[in-house]
Design a protein around this ligand. Sequence first.
Ligand SMILES: O=C(O)CCC(=O)C(=O)O
Ligand SMILES: [Fe+2]
Length: 358
Amino acid sequence: MQQQQPSVRAVTIPFADLKDRGKDLGGFIEEGFGPQGLGIVSIAGVPGYPELRKRLLRLAPRIVSLPDDVKKQLEDPDSRYHFGWSRVEEKFESERWDTAKGSYFANPVFDVPTTDDELVTRYPSYCRPNIWPKDHLPELEIAFKGLGKLMLEVGLMLAHHCDRYVIQRGVGQYIGESLEKTLARSRCPKGRLLYYFPKSFSKQDEVSSWCGWHTDYGFLTGLTCGLFTRKSEEVPCPDIGTGLYVRTRDNQVVKVTLVDDELVYQIGETAEILSRGHLCATPHCVKAPSSEDASDVGRSTFVLFIQPNWDEPLKLPSEIRYHQECIPPTRTLAYGEYSERVLASFSGKSVEQTLMPQ
Ligand SMILES: O=C(O)CCC(=O)C(=O)O
Ligand SMILES: [Fe+2]
């Protein structure tokens, strides 16, 4: 039987402190995101957040139970299933596919990020338009945009304090402008409403049984604490081992204890690149329940990927730890190019293969 992993609380910043731009939160940022940090920071007391979280997460099982032909109309293969309803299987761990989740992807701020057809063809997972189930679940659009915009706003406040921290640590200005400004002018934040399907009970289940180990390739990822349901009834978390795990900088696997009403952020690879390693990407995964009586419990959650615009230049250092295979010899490419390549690698293909006309 697998050993129980230790549980750790994230560093918590009160919202009142976060929104004070002059406050020095360098200690919190270092403890949360720095080279020795856990990789997770939670924000307590965000006005309106608990209601927006519940309103959206309760819709995840309702999307799943829409008739198959309706879900099919909500799919967008041309975006690699990165808009609308998606049963895309991701290969985060070599030789293992994540099959137990369904997602609804959308840009919470821009329904049409650009009308330039060339860009839409080049960066389909960023630039294609949103799809909403206006006839079958009209409340989704409002709930998705409401929570997504709030998580973006709070994420940008956090990016401001990350900027201060990185500058204090002597990196000086980044290439171009501050992280906060780079993210604020982006037209491609991406929300993902997730539903993890119940998994049949297995005592041998690994910690990555619901979602494989990976780091997010964006800048900051906002996360909600998951909501559990059994046959559409809300139930408490079925066992304490279920949920988000991270791998710490000293290579320990720990369960992160999240609080329902706190918003959580973790660091993506682009932040590590742009901050020259002062902010460290967070390896994470999700564990399904492993108690016998929880094999019919599903989990809903919402993730917001906060990332630079597709045309922001990325200069990749030679010592980069991630996705070496996606980087050209010049080591310079637009963010949109980098991320399309990384996304393609999650589907086990090269970017050229996945963008071939169907
Ligand atoms: O389900 C979660 O809590 C995390 C999901 C996740 O890591 C992702 O979608 O990138
Ligand atoms: Fe992730």
